[in-house]
Ligand binder design. Structure first.
Ligand code: SF4
Length: 341
């Protein structure tokens, strides 16, 4: 998968539109060009991707347009069309924290579904009733599938979020969603049992308790539903992620990096063109660079892939040694986060 940032994580917008940069008309003279991808930038990226085989392969599997908040980008529909020229599977991830159907952000999402793009969401319980729920109802009418990310701080929090989804699909009162309800019921039952045993269990007990539960189902008519439960992390004021997650604070979260094993399964591309073979570009602060899709030639990028992979392999082996020798948490010279192996 290519995960492409079409927006910086600026957090400066107020729900429906940007207020502090060029998208907001009164401030248009203060252009922050590298905060928002333009269709021209998307075209340059697409032309390069065609010539870089590992990226071309990932693009064909799936392109996920994200950010920052992807629906905030005023050109997102055009950008979607540009990326569609290299992949049949382009989707957009949104927080769906949108005021109403009159919002331009909502109109952009509808525009993408009309072009057969899929919209996926992260559930935010604080804005669920007022913002997300009414619009999600519309989204499942506009498209034939949905992935929901659930970011949870405790097992109780995860259970609440599963129940929010359960009641939502129950409310739709549609036969085609029976498999979705079945999946959410199974999720609910196993999770409840774990919580009754020990609500502050370690991650391996949680995984054992969830067992072989699949996270997706197909419904009659072809609707595909998937739910991803993602533990949240504490991030310190310098923006560095704590290596224990909030729901499982007693366990060090080791990151098994596929790039270290020589397999690139995901590449995150920032709107500036910078690339990292990982979905966590921000808080892990991985140093090896995989080139800049906008600035570097395909040859330079491929060379950097090879060099950085070697560096990561070396750094990861030092990380493993450090963990064995009571030096867990120390940064190695190669710039690989201490628990990436
Ligand atoms: S080493 Fe860690 S931070 Fe770097 S790309 Fe791999 S998983 Fe991401």
């Amino acid at each position: 998968m290519l995960s492409i940032f079409v927006e910086a994580s600026c957090n400066r917008y107020v729900r429906d539109e940007c207020r502090y940069c060029h998208v907001y008309a009164p401030l248009s003279s203060h252009i922050k060009s590298n905060w928002h991808m333009t269709p021209e930038i998307a075209e340059t990226m697409v032309e390069k991707i065609r010539f870089i085989e590992p990226l071309n392969r990932l693009a064909k599997q799936e392109i996920n347009l994200t950010g920052g908040e992807a629906s905030q980008n005023p050109y997102i529909v055009e950008i979607y069309e540009v990326f569609k020229t290299i992949s049949n599977n382009v989707r957009l991830h949104t927080n769906l924290d949108i005021n109403s159907e009159k919002s331009k952000r909502w109109e952009r999402l509808v525009g993408i579904t009309k072009l057969k793009g899929r919209i996926d969401i992260t559930l935010y319980p604080t804005v669920w009733e007022s913002k997300q729920k009414p619009l999600l109802r519309k989204i499942i009418e506009l498209q034939n599938g949905l992935i929901v990310n659930l970011i949870y701080e405790s097992l109780g929090d995860l259970l609440k979020q599963i129940n929010i989804l359960k009641f939502f699909f129950k409310d739709q009162n549609e036969k085609k969603f029976i498999p979705v309800l079945g999946l959410l019921d199974r999720f609910n039952d196993r999770l409840k049992k774990i919580i009754e045993g020990n609500s502050e269990c370690c991650e391996s007990d949680f995984l054992d308790g969830m067992g072989d539960l699949e996270n997706y189902v197909s419904c009659p008519g072809g609707f595909i539903f998937a739910v991803n439960a993602i533990p949240s992390f504490y991030v310190n004021p310098d923006g560095i992620r704590d290596m224990t997650s909030l729901p499982f604070p007693k366990d060090i979260y080791k990151v098994e990096c596929t790039a270290i094993r020589g397999v690139i399964e995901i590449m995150t591309i920032l709107q500036t063109g910078e690339m990292t073979p990982c979905c966590d570009v921000g808080n892990l602060k991985c140093k090896p660079k995989f080139g800049n899709l906008l600035a570097d030639s395909p040859e330079v990028i491929l060379k950097k892939f090879g060099e950085s992979q070697k560096l990561m392999t070396l750094g990861a082996s030092k990380n493993i040694e450090n963990m064995k020798n009571g030096r867990a948490g120390e940064w190695v010279d190669e710039g690989i986060p201490p628990f990436c192996i």
